[in-house]
Design a protein around this ligand. Structure first.
Ligand code: CA
Ligand code: CA
Ligand code: CA
Length: 336
């Protein structure tokens, strides 16, 4: 009983000065919750320690109503497809799962491979790829995967099912006034599962009664957001693969882009958004700037490049074809 008072850490200015017996009990509310006290206590001793204080008396408060425990962190259980990786190699159809070419070749951040033709070692610098503009996200998730430039450890610890990195965040609103509550770079697996690494998604102490918007970004695909999602049992669940993402209906259902409908009733993030920095809208649209962007990488094989729109580890005309089909799509989902 005494311990409970201590845990609440409330201050009771009125109560401490109490020298008369109140006619009844009452409630005291502070930032940590509400505590009820009852009649009968006139004199008391206060014992203070490093973590709080305890009032000793004849009758101690015995009804404690603290805030709902929100110390647990939310678990995000989400799935998404990147269109570029879903395209069947060398074709225009979509496969049942995404390709992992970047991983197979060994060009994901931190991976390395020996180039047999050039006789050189290709080493992609370690670190999640969203530490550059426009994201400037400084998370250290990527340091877990580093070959150190040694092809003998070329896969750098990535599971073989990993397609690429995505950037995931939670917002409190759908529009531009939204606050990003938490953010993490995460691994995307070929079945669409988003895996949080290095401590997971540190979305803690949020109100589980609220609803949240889950945002997924990729370095050369179009940003998407979910509709408002409830927290169920500490979990936020979202499967973008089988449902359209949020589309602001203000100009009708077909004005803004959400995800691209692909075969088998599935959806995928639009590929072809390599330029996300030229102007303020570049991050949320697919335009001729994204073709110019692709052009600057065209002809470069075997590197981790944002102009590689179909994520097959080289930059060729195929990537331009992917861009061409998606050119003109733009989203209302603000990136910043
Ligand atoms: Ca922008
Ligand atoms: Ca763009
Ligand atoms: Ca390519």
């Amino acid at each position: 009983m005494f311990i409970l008072v201590l845990l609440l850490g409330l201050t009771f200015p009125g109560l401490q000065a109490q020298e008369a017996i109140p006619a009844s009990g009452g409630n005291v509310t502070g930032s940590g919750g509400t505590v009820s006290y009852s009649i009968g206590q006139v004199f008391y001793l206060m014992n203070s320690g490093a973590t709080g204080s305890v009032l000793q008396g004849v009758q101690q408060p015995h009804e404690i109503f603290g805030k709902e425990d929100t110390t647990g962190c939310f678990i995000i259980d989400a799935f998404v497809y990147l269109e570029g990786a879903l395209i069947v190699a060398g074709g225009t159809n979509y496969g049942s799962e995404m390709r992992t070419d970047l991983n197979i070749i060994g060009i994901l951040p931190g991976q390395s491979y020996a180039d047999p033709i050039m006789g050189t070692i290709n080493y992609t610098p370690a670190g999640q790829p969203y530490n550059i503009a426009p994201w400037n996200y400084t998370g250290t998730e990527g340091t877990l995967f580093d070959s150190g430039g040694n092809p003998a450890n070329g896969k750098a610890g990535y599971p073989s099912s990993v397609v690429d990195w995505v950037l995931v965040s939670l917002r409190d609103k759908a529009d531009a006034t939204a606050i990003t509550l938490c953010k993490a770079a995460a691994l995307l697996h070929n079945d669409g599962h988003i895996e949080f690494v290095g401590g997971g998604f540190s979305c803690c102490e949020l109100d589980p009664e609220n609803k949240y918007y889950l945002v997924v970004e990729h370095r050369n695909h179009l940003i998407i957001m979910s509709d408002a999602l409830p927290v169920v049992g500490g979990k936020i669940i979202c499967d973008f693969r089988t449902q359209q993402s949020y589309i602001d209906p203000i100009w009708g259902p077909d004005f803004f882009a959400g995800q691209k409908p692909v075969t088998l009733g599935r959806y995928a993030m639009y590929a072809g958004n390599g330029d996300q920095i030229m102007d303020s809208a570049s991050d949320t649209d697919i335009t001729s700037d994204d073709r110019t962007w692709w052009e600057s990488f065209n002809g470069k094989p075997g590197k981790y490049l944002s102009g590689d729109y179909d994520l097959n580890a080289d930059c060729t005309m195929d990537d331009r074809s992917v861009w061409e089909k998606n050119n003109g799509n733009f989203t209302s989902v603000p990136r910043n």
